[in-house]
Design a binder for this molecule. Structure first.
Ligand SMILES: NC(=O)c1ccc[n+]([C@@H]2O[C@H](COP(=O)([O-])OP(=O)(O)OC[C@H]3O[C@@H](n4cnc5c(N)ncnc54)[C@H](O)[C@@H]3O)[C@@H](O)[C@H]2O)c1
Length: 269
């Protein structure tokens, strides 16, 4: 095993990947690195227009990237996503559960629907995709990789107003560990990546849509968060893409049930 050349270890040639929420932001960064490493990628995203645009752009590099409109918390959509991946690309070797939402709302103002919406997209999705994709991986008999995008909020809260989000991300981290335990016998490795602050359309929108009364508070919280980053800057989607490539490749052949923090050091402060 130690004699495998580096280029072969990092290659995803012949592999097929699904990246949820891959139309933009962190997901797009992940799609790019997996495709560059040779994987055929299906982007499963609720925003189909953006997903089609991203797929088309990346196809320009000679990469195989397709897209399908999917609500990752909807069981029928997840089953359809898997069917399309099998039919169009020939199987599934890598699943990246990246789709997620983080609408800021203090608990005092949060409705039951607000709470459930976040659980639907961030947590129920991970259960559904893991259940049905691992079934396919077992049938294929060649193992697989599942990578769940959590957050530093799965470890420590980053700001007030994300209690529902933090609950969902702690949930995904717990789900990651237990499903890693269950699936190891089938050579399916399940790991998580916990990003810190990353420059994405979602983060920009969070600041843009804040209710007027809370905009100043949100601005102050963002400034306070920035001041706590030892590296002195936000991360870029590609900085998560590179770690996802590591976990999806044979470079991470002896890792499962682990959470890799990629946060510019923010949890240190
Ligand atoms: N950006 C950050 O600072 C940061 C930090 C920690 C964790 N994360 C996590 O990274 C992931 C991506 O975040 P981002 O900042 O790139 O977000 P983003 O909003 O920029 O992009 C998210 C993508 O997910 C898609 N999506 C939303 N709901 C969906 C659904 N129900 N079904 C399918 N697709 C759906 C959106 O259409 C969009 O393309 C999320 O899980 C988020 O919690 C982000």
């Amino acid at each position: 095993m130690e004699n495998v050349p580096l280029a072969q270890l990092i290659s995803l040639k012949g592999k097929i990947a699904i990246v949820t929420g891959g139309a933009m932001g962190i997901g797009r960064g992940i799609v790019k690195r997996l495709a560059e490493a040779g994987a055929k990628v299906l982007i499963a995203d609720f925003n189909h227009e953006a997903a089609q645009k991203t797929a088309k752009e990346l196809q320009g590099n000679g990469w195989v990237v397709l897209s399908i409109k999917t609500d990752v918390g909807n069981e029928a959509d997840v089953k359809k996503m898997i069917e399309v991946c099998q039919e169009a690309l020939g199987g599934i070797d890598i699943l990246v559960n990246n789709a997620g939402i983080y609408p800021p709302e203090p608990v005092a103002k949060m409705s039951g629907e607000d709470f459930e919406k976040v659980m639907h997209v961030n947590l129920r999705s991970v259960f559904l995709t893991t259940k049905y994709v691992s079934e396919v991986m077992k049938q294929q008999g060649r193992g697989g990789k599942i990578i769940n995008i959590t957050s530093v909020d799965a470890i420590h809260p980053s700001m007030v107003g994300l209690a529902h989000y933090d609950a969902s991300k702690h949930g995904v981290w717990g789900f990651t560990k237990n499903s890693a335990l269950e699936l190891a016998k089938d050579k399916i490795w399940v790991n998580a990546i916990a990003p810190g602050g990353i420059n994405t359309p979602g983060v920009a929108a969070m600041q843009g849509v804040a209710p007027q009364a809370d905009a100043e508070t949100l601005k102050k919280q963002t400034e306070a968060f920035m001041a706590k980053i030892p590296m002195g800057r936000m991360g870029e989607p590609d900085e998560i893409g590179k770690v996802a490539l590591f976990l999806a490749s044979d470079l991470a052949s002896y890792m499962t049930g682990e959470q890799v923090v990629v946060d510019g050091g923010v949890l240190l402060s």
